[in-house]
Each structure stands twice: as C-alpha cells, then as structure tokens.
Design a protein around this ligand. Structure first.
Ligand SMILES: O=C(O)CCC(=O)C(=O)O
Length: 201
C-alpha cells in the first residue's frame, strides 16, 4: 500500500482498488441493491436529495421529514443486508481501529447529482474514522473545516480511490460538487457510487 496523500487530515489513497477489484465490488453491490434498493431521500426540510441511497450493515443512515438518523431497517421495511466481506477488508486495511463498521452507506450519483458540504456527526464515537470508497465516474470532492465556511480544497476522486476521514479530519465539512458523468467505463450506464463506512454506536 503506497503512502496516502494528506489534505487537511483527509487521507487519500489513489487507486487503492485495481480494476478487477472494482469490477468484483460492483457485482457484489448489484446483488446487495437488489435486496435493499436505492431510494431517493428527502431532507428534514422536505427537499429531495439528488443522490439515491441505500445501505448495508446493522444500521443505515437515513433522512426524511423526521430528521437525520441511523435506522436498523430500510425505509421499505426490510433489514439492511450485511456489509460485504470485500468492503470490510478495505476498512480493516486503512481504518486503523479495532472496531468494524456498522454501516456502509451507499450513495449513487447520476448525471447532475451532488452532495452539499456537511459534517458526518450522527455517530457516537468520533475516534473511529469514516472511510469512503469511490467507484465509477469521477467526483469533485471538496474538503473544508470543522467550523462552517473558510477556505476549502478539492480533489477529483476516481474509481478505486479510498479516503479516510479520521483524526483531525473526522468532523471536517466535506461534499461532492459535481461528477464527470461518463468519465469511467466501470458502470455501463455511467454514474458514481460512493460507499462510506461508519462505526455508529
Ligand atoms: O460521495 C462522496 O465522496 C462523499 C459522500 C459523503 O460525504 C457522505 O456520505 O457523507
């Protein structure tokens, strides 16, 4: 494993997954999304998010008119499927903590989808990082500060890249300004999948 790039405490591992590993992960995720389909979440203020979401693990992160929270079931009522072993293996290599993730949030970005700057702070234990895995089209990832506002830096995340948001970066704002739709051949219909692995309790 080559040394990660450090941007404001965000540790970027470019090309962490090679193409065969990315393809294998897509196969596993397709099966998973068959069991726990993507849905379009709504913010507490009632705005539809542009990404579609699902999850795996003991908990999924959800948002609706009742707020942001972790839930043990998909909005359609079924249990979330288990986090695939291939995904756990990534966490165990880079996370640097003894605990395994309890949530693998799955975000799917179609053409024009984005994610505003936000903090991941619905978890109980901030000593555990959030680990992100990117697949498919490139996404422009913006990294900011713990407080709102101030300078930010951006990096294009490519298919197979992994980012560890821990330590000084754990509560820093981050988001995805846009994707380069069609920039990758991994997903035949285009689009970007991002997994974020989280310890929840
Ligand atoms: O899509 C990404 O790269 C980031 C996703 C994210 O920020 C999140 O799920 O909290």
């Amino acid at each position: 494993m080559t040394a990660p790039l450090d941007i404001r405490g965000f540790r970027l591992f470019p090309g962490f997954l090679d193409r065969p590993a990315q393809e294998a992960l897509v196969v596993v995720l397709r099966e998973l999304l068959h069991v726990a389909p993507l849905y379009q979440p709504v913010t507490p203020r009632g705005q539809k998010m542009s990404v579609r979401m699902s999850a795996a693990g003991r908990f999924g992160w959800v948002t609706d008119r009742r707020g942001y929270r972790y839930e043990p079931r998909h909005p359609q009522g079924m249990d979330w499927p288990p986090i695939p072993e291939e995904v756990l293996a990534i966490w165990r290599t880079v996370a640097g903590v003894a605990r395994d993730p309890e949530c693998c949030l799955i975000n799917w970005y179609g053409e024009g989808a984005r994610m505003g700057l936000h903090q991941d702070k619905d978890e109980a234990d901030f000593s555990c990082p959030v680990v992100s895995v990117s697949l498919g089209d490139e996404g422009l990832f913006r990294m900011g500060n713990e407080e709102r506002g101030g300078k930010t830096e951006s990096a294009w995340l490519k298919s197979g890249d992994v980012v560890v948001m821990g330590g000084a970066a754990r509560l820093k704002h981050h988001g995805v300004d846009r994707i380069r739709f069609g920039s990758s051949t991994l997903l035949p219909q285009g689009g970007r999948i991002n997994l974020t692995l989280r310890v929840v309790t």
